[in-house]
Design a protein around this ligand. Structure first.
Ligand code: AHM
Ligand code: MG
Length: 333
C-alpha cells in the first residue's frame, strides 16, 4: 500500500524546472475542490443536485445544476488562494480575474468542472479537467489574450474521474502519475506511478452514430477497424464509448486504445465537439507525457494556436501507432 500523498509528491517535484511552491499549492487547492466535487456527485439525488439548472452556457448548451455547483467549487478553492491571476471555465462566458484587493498569483487556470455531464443523471462516470499556464509578463489586469497560449505552454494539467473510486491523473511535464482519493481522510495517494500508454491497441472509442457526417478519411479508418481479422488490419478491434471524455481517455491511459471525436459535417460551424482549452489541451499534455500521441487528425493538438477561449477542435488521441495511422490518412487528402 502506497503512502505517498499528493502533498508530499508535489514537494518532491520542486526540483523540476518550472515547478514552484505556488504551482504546487494551486494543485493542492484543485485537489481539495475535486474532493468536494466527488462528495457532491456521490450524494446525488440525496443532496438535490441532479437535473437541469434552467440556464445555458456560452455555447448554448443546457446547464445542469451540477455544472454550476462544480464550477463554483473550483472557483471557491482557487480564486482567492493567492496562486492564480485569473480563471477560465467551459461554464463561464468570460475569464474571471482575481478581484481587486485579493492577492494575485502568477498562474492562469482553465477547467471543465464537470466533463461528461450528460451522464450525471444516469449515474455513469464523469470528471473534471484542468490546465495550468503561466501568465505572460505584463502589467495591468489579466486579459483573455493572456489565456490564448498553445497547449505546449502548459506547466501542469490533470483530470479527475469520479467513478467507482475517485482518481486524479496529473502531469507537471515529467511523466503522468495517478492518485486515488481516500474519501474518509480527504487525501489523494499515489497509486499509479508513471503511466505508460502501449503503442499498439485493439480498442477504439468513438461516437459511431456520427459516422455518416465524418470526412471520408475518418470513415475509411473506422471501416477498416470494423473489418476485423479478415480485413486490411488483420485483427479484431473492440469498441467502447462511455461518452465522458475523462472516462474514455482514462481507460486508454490504463490499457491503451484510441479515442476520437473527429471533425464532422453535421454542423460545419463547429470543427469538432470538444473544447481546445478545457478538454483537448490538458488531456493531450497528459497523453503525451504517458507516451501516447494526440492530434487534430492533421496537426499536433499541443501546437494549435488558440484564437478564442471556447474554440473547438477535432481530437484523435491514444496509442501512438494508431494515432499516427489516423493522422496519415487525414494528411493524404
Ligand atoms: P461536456 O463537457 O458538455 O460534458 O461535453 C463533452 C463530452 C465528452 O466528455 C464526451 O467525449 C462527449 O461530450 C460525448 O459526446 P456524445 O454526446 O456525442 O457522445
Ligand atoms: Mg467537457
Amino acid at each position: 500500500m502506497t503512502t505517498l500523498t499528493l502533498s508530499r509528491y508535489l514537494q518532491q517535484k520542486l526540483d523540476l524546472p518550472g515547478v514552484t511552491p505556488e504551482l504546487c499549492e494551486l494543485i493542492r487547492q484543485t485537489g481539495d475542490a475535486c474532493h468536494r466535487i466527488s462528495d457532491a456527485i456521490a450524494k446525488g439525488a440525496l443532496a438535490g443536485v441532479l437535473g437541469q439548472a434552467g440556464s445555458e452556457n456560452v455555447q448554448g448548451e443546457e446547464q445542469k445544476k451540477l455544472d454550476i455547483i462544480t464550477n463554483d467549487l473550483m472557483i471557491a478553492a482557487t480564486l482567492g488562494g493567492g496562486c492564480v491571476a485569473g480563471l477560465a471555465s467551459e461554464e463561464m462566458d468570460e475569464i474571471l480575474p482575481v478581484p481587486d484587493g485579493m492577492k494575485e498569483g502568477r498562474y492562469l487556470m482553465l477547467f471543465d468542472p464537470l466533463d461528461g455531464s450528460s451522464n450525471i443523471d444516469v449515474n455513469i462516470s464523469v470528471g473534471t479537467i484542468f490546465s495550468i499556464l503561466e501568465r505572460p509578463d505584463g502589467q495591468g489586469p489579466v486579459t483573455e489574450q493572456d489565456f490564448l497560449q498553445p497547449g505546449n505552454q502548459q506547466v501542469a494539467a490533470g483530470y479527475v474521474v469520479y467513478g467507482p473510486s475517485t482518481l486524479l491523473v496529473l502531469t507537471l511535464g515529467d511523466g503522468a502519475d495517478g492518485f486515488t482519493l481516500d474519501r474518509e481522510q480527504g487525501v489523494f495517494y499515489l497509486t499509479a506511478p508513471n503511466l505508460q500508454v502501449p503503442k499498439d491497441t485493439k480498442e477504439f472509442a468513438i461516437n459511431m452514430s456520427n459516422m455518416r457526417h465524418w470526412e471520408l478519411n475518418m470513415q475509411r479508418y473506422v471501416r477498416e477497424l470494423l473489418e476485423g481479422i479478415t480485413g486490411v488490419r488483420e485483427k479484431d478491434f473492440n469498441m467502447r464509448w462511455v461518452a465522458s471524455m475523462v472516462a474514455d481517455v482514462h481507460r486508454i491511459m490504463t490499457r491503451g486504445g484510441i479515442f476520437m471525436y473527429p471533425y464532422d459535417l453535421k454542423d460545419p460551424s463547429k470543427p469538432g465537439k470538444l473544447r481546445l482549452m478545457y478538454e483537448a489541451n490538458p488531456m493531450s499534455f497528459i497523453m503525451e507525457q504517458a507516451g501516447g500521441a494526440s492530434t487534430t487528425g492533421r496537426q499536433r493538438i499541443l501546437d494549435v494556436t488558440p484564437t478564442s477561449l471556447h474554440q473547438r477542435v477535432p481530437v484523435v488521441m491514444g496509442s501512438a501507432n494508431e494515432v499516427e495511422r489516423v493522422t496519415g490518412y487525414h494528411l493524404e487528402t
